[in-house]
Ligand binder design. Structure first.
Ligand SMILES: Cc1cc2nc3c(=O)[nH]c(=O)nc-3n(C[C@H](O)[C@H](O)[C@H](O)COP(=O)(O)OP(=O)(O)OC[C@H]3O[C@@H](n4cnc5c(N)ncnc54)[C@H](O)[C@@H]3O)c2cc1C
Length: 483
């Protein structure tokens, strides 16, 4: 274990892990520290869209949309197991946005998507009788969907494969400049550790300012606007594989997306908050989201239909916008080169993290690290349907839902996990919903999982399927294993 690095990255969300990956691929020695679990904060609480952001066109954010759509194409190629195309339907409501305006927006979206491999938008009749539309007309367009927390883990795994050291449950306590180096103190599960680094990246997400003003000892005004976004999860509310983009009377839009086969994900909100810890959905937000879908659904949803919820804090760069929903979703990288370099990350999207990382490397003066064509771990899959069929042939004892879940989560990495297993008994204990001791063991050994929450809510989303007793027995098993 070395104690001196080229780069110390603080924060194991999507931005920190993407920067660590790119820097390691560029041949630099990298240490990434995350004080909780990878993707433990905002990066597991997104809407999980790999998208250009159709609504950002209204704010003339053409550069952001074009860049994000380019990234969408890269993600579909480099992680075809984890990222998948998703069609959206948009019921037209003349009172909200006139037909020509929506058509123009979609035309621009198509234009920016050329070469991206997804179908173009089109007008269509909406004949789903569960939905109420003004006159049965609407649009269809395409974006993509990702398991956000797994995307973070895959970035971290690729960083590790390229030589980076990844430490979870490890916090930066303080760092100061001494000559050419940062001297950093870390709190680890085994006690304090001192390391040096030539450069430091502050990718602490909603805590970016806290890190600057606390452990790094900087003064100055705050640049971050904290905006909570919440989601509710209900039992599947409509048929089909497509999602819905639902315009709201306040000008916002709300997504309703097929989620984990049996559920529908509904989000999101935009609520300004004062602290990163205010990451629980409020009853007003729950009501707002129910009202938003009920504006369109003939059989309204009620509180009793909600099976889960989550909220995350967007660490947006303060561009002075009045309304939280109008603050730019583009990122800003602030470089302080008054001594060993410090780069702070503000804002950004799951979608654009790879691009953000390449710009971060430029700012730090690191050459190389091009990840545009580099598959994420398990992503060397030519055609997902063929790949899944191969998985089912090779391990026929997996039930179809588990085979699909694991093929999506691990891609070609599934071979290392299942290896020579010839029957379900070879996978050891079943914790419920197809989660085997073999898989849990793999997640602990290779994906930094340490407790049931890491496994049930971030490495997998099986938290929706295990009972409280099953989750508790997984936790007990993990604690026993670690002891
Ligand atoms: C509701 C919502 C919906 C969204 N939907 C989408 C979407 O559909 N598509 C999209 O592309 N983007 C979406 N986003 C945006 C995207 O989720 C965020 O921009 C992104 O996750 C931010 O990642 P991050 O790495 O900057 O922050 P985070 O994921 O919050 O990571 C920061 C990490 O730093 C760690 N940390 C803090 N202090 C320390 C310390 N002292 N030592 C060690 N570690 C520390 C924290 O524990 C945390 O894990 C959405 C965001 C929200 C909130």
């Amino acid at each position: 274990m070395s104690d001196s690095f080229d780069l110390l990255v603080v924060g194991g969300g999507i931005n920190g892990s993407a920067i660590a990956r790119a820097a390691a691929v560029a041949g630099r020695s990298v240490l990434l520290v995350e004080r909780g679990d990878l993707a433990g904060a905002t990066s597991s609480a997104s809407t999980k869209l790999i998208h250009g952001g159709l609504r950002y066109l209204e704010y003339y954010e053409f550069k952001l949309v074009r860049e994000a759509l380019r990234e969408r194409a890269i993600m579909l190629r480099t992680a075809p197991h984890l990222v998948r195309p998703l069609e959206f339907r948009l019921p037209h409501r003349p009172s909200m946005r006139p037909w020509p305006i929506v058509r123009l927006g979609l035309w621009l979206y198509d234009l920016f998507s050329i070469g991206g491999g997804l179908p173009r938008s089109r007008g269509l009749r909406i004949d789903d009788d569960r939905f109420r539309t003004a006159h049965g007309r609407g649009f269809s367009y395409w974006d993509a969907w990702v398991d956000d927390a797994r995307l973070v883990v895959l970035n971290a795994r690729d960083a590790e494969a390229a030589g980076a050291e990844i430490r979870t449950r490890t916090a930066l306590v303080s760092a100061r400049r001494e000559g050419e180096l940062w001297q950093a103190r870390l709190a680890t599960p085994r006690g304090e550790r001192q390391v040096t680094a030539r450069m430091l990246v502050n990718a602490a997400g909603p805590w970016v300012d806290e890190l600057l003003h606390g452990p790094l000892g900087f003064g100055g005004r705050s640049h971050v606007r904290l905006v909570r976004g919440s989601h509710i999860v209900v039992r599947r509310a409509f048929d089909g594989d497509h999602g819905w983009l639902l315009q709201q009377p306040d000008g916002r839009i709300v997504f309703a997306i097929p989620y984990l086969d049996d559920f529908t994900l509904i989000g999101t909100t935009d609520v300004a908050v004062a602290a990163p810890e205010e990451s629980r959905i409020s009853s007003e937000e729950t009501d707002y989201l129910l009202d938003a879908v009920n504006l369109y659904l003939r059989a309204p949803l009620t509180l009793a239909d909600i099976v889960g919820d989550y909220a995350g804090i967007r660490p947006l760069f303060d561009d002075g916008a009045d309304k939280p929903s109008a603050i730019t979703r583009d990122y800003r990288l602030e470089l302080d080169a008054d001594g060993p370099k410090l780069l702070s990350v503000f804002g950004g999207k799951i979608t654009t993290a790879r691009h953000l990382a390449s710009v971060a490397l430029d700012k730090l003066g690191i050459r190389g690290g091009d990840t545009r064509k580099r598959p994420l771990p398990g992503g060397d899959v030519a055609d997902f349907a063929d790949f899944l069929a191969g998985v089912r042939r090779r391990w026929p004892f997996l039930d179809p839902a588990t085979a699909t879940r694991m093929a999506r989560a691990y891609g070609t990495g599934i071979a290392a996990l299942l290896d020579d297993a010839a029957s379900i008994d070879d996978l050891g204990r079943d914790f419920g919903a197809g989660l085997s001791a073999r898989e849990v063991d793999y997640l602990v050994r290779h994906e930094w999982a340490t407790c049931a929450d890491d496994i049930l809510w971030r490495r997998t989303k099986l938290g929706y399927r295990l009972s409280a007793e099953q989750a508790a027995s997984l936790e007990a098993w993990l604690q026993e294993r670690q002891a």
